[in-house]
Design a protein around this ligand. Structure first.
Ligand SMILES: CCC/C=C/C(=O)SCCNC(=O)CCNC(=O)[C@H](O)C(C)(C)COP(=O)([O-])OP(=O)([O-])OC[C@H]1O[C@@H](n2cnc3c(N)ncnc32)[C@H](O)[C@@H]1OP(=O)([O-])[O-]
Ligand SMILES: NC(=O)C1=CN([C@@H]2O[C@H](COP(=O)(O)OP(=O)(O)OC[C@H]3O[C@@H](n4cnc5c(N)ncnc54)[C@H](OP(=O)(O)O)[C@@H]3O)[C@@H](O)[C@H]2O)C=CC1
Length: 290
């Protein structure tokens, strides 16, 4: 089954899509979403906005952020867009400072910014490995730690504060040939999340991860055509997930629905952990059927 990536990711379609959540779920809350200029991050940001949240969005490319911000404002929402490379501590610092100056509070942080390039692991160069580790492990970590420091400095949590961190990772329990660097980075984030879920519980902070399986976003276009052709074999549902399906999972963990959940990984992969093949850099000859 093929899904139309452009149609599924169109802001109007995301805004109009059915959601199980009530329209004022995040009224008076502030949600910060990284990598919100495209794909999953944009879908998460738009869902938060539809549910009444005021947004802080970041990513490296101002034009992409502006397009999302303009769309949300046209719908009556409030957005602060701050171009940020999450790998740079000073830029992360600036992001939180601007968010606080603008809204005076932050309730939910979604660390979605990330990505990788497909390559057989044996060919990784030190520079390529470092780029992916810094993007996905260091970048997410800097955001998590800054959020925790922000809430610590705000003082004791009250019942009206959500204090939720949700990290977008990948499924690490299965082999995912072609992206060993990102699997290593995301496994690091999952491990760190479980530990700081304990360390930061006294601050009223919950830390969870969402692990999407193959999801129909523009990001998939970096994969070679041979890989893309086989993507419907990635799980027993024989289709990629949609950005909205991931966004609803993020909201579940971030909202009061997740109030007794911390240190958890919510896998949203259509059963891909259980059955399926995912050759992100193409299927090697050894694994051909004939
Ligand atoms: C399907 C599985 C599930 C997941 C799906 C998704 O996530 S979909 C979402 C997917 N969305 C995304 O993935 C979007 C985000 N992804 C990205 O922005 C990049 O992949 C990034 C993480 C490397 C960016 O880090 P950056 O700005 O630092 O990168 P840079 O450009 O400066 O390169 C640094 C070094 O990395 C190396 N190298 C880079 N490319 C290739 C390649 N094709 N080939 C080989 N090597 C490559 C190279 O060594 C390069 O140095 P050089 O040789 O140029 O001196
Ligand atoms: N689509 C899929 O099948 C899956 C995706 N994921 C993960 O979900 C997340 C979103 O991916 P998806 O929406 O598909 O792909 P996209 O490439 O559309 O989204 C990635 C976003 O992250 C931003 N970004 C990347 N690096 C940085 C950085 N250093 N600092 C700030 N922003 C950054 C990009 O914007 P810009 O380049 O402007 O900075 C972009 O908006 C990623 O972490 C991805 O790895 C996980 C599993 C499966």
């Amino acid at each position: 089954m093929r899904l139309d990536i452009d149609a599924l990711n169109a802001p109007e379609a995301l805004w109009a899509a059915d959601t199980v959540y009530r329209a004022d779920l995040f009224r008076d809350r502030v949600a910060l979403v990284s990598g919100a200029g495209s794909g999953i991050g944009r879908a998460v940001a738009l869902l938060f906005a539809r549910l009444g949240a005021r947004l802080v969005i970041c990513g490296r490319t101002l034009e992409k952020l502006d397009a999302v911000a303009d769309f949300v404002r046209a719908k009556g929402g409030e957005v602060l867009a701050v171009p940020t490379n999450v790998r740079e501590p000073d830029q992360v610092e600036n992001l939180f400072a601007q968010a606080h100056a603008h809204y005076g509070r932050i309730d939910c942080v979604v660390n979605n910014a990330g990505g990788q390039f497909p390559q057989h692991a044996i060919d990784f160069t030190p520079k390529g490995w470092s780029a992916v580790i810094h993007n996905n492990l260091t970048g997410t970590w800097l955001m998590m730690q800054r959020a925790a420091r922000y809430w610590r400095d705000q003082g004791a949590a009250s019942a009206s504060m959500l204090r939720s961190i949700c990290n977008i990772v990948v499924v690490t329990e299965r082999g995912m040939p072609g992206v060993a660097h990102t699997v290593a980075a995301r496994a690091g984030i999952i491990g760190a999340s479980r530990t700081v879920a304990v360390e930061w519980a006294p601050l009223g902070i919950r830390v969870n991860c969402v692990a999407p399986g193959l999801t129909a976003t523009e990001g998939l276009r970096v994969y070679p055509p041979a890989a893309q052709k086989e993507f419907p074999l990635a799980n027993p549902m024989k289709r990629p997930g949609t950005p909205m399906e991931i966004a609803e999972a993020v909201v579940y963990l971030s909202a009061p629905s997740g109030s007794f959940i911390t240190g958890e990984v919510l896998t949203v992969d259509g059963g891909g952990r259980l059955w399926g093949e995912l050759w992100t850099a193409g299927r090697p000859e050894y694994y051909q059927f004939s």
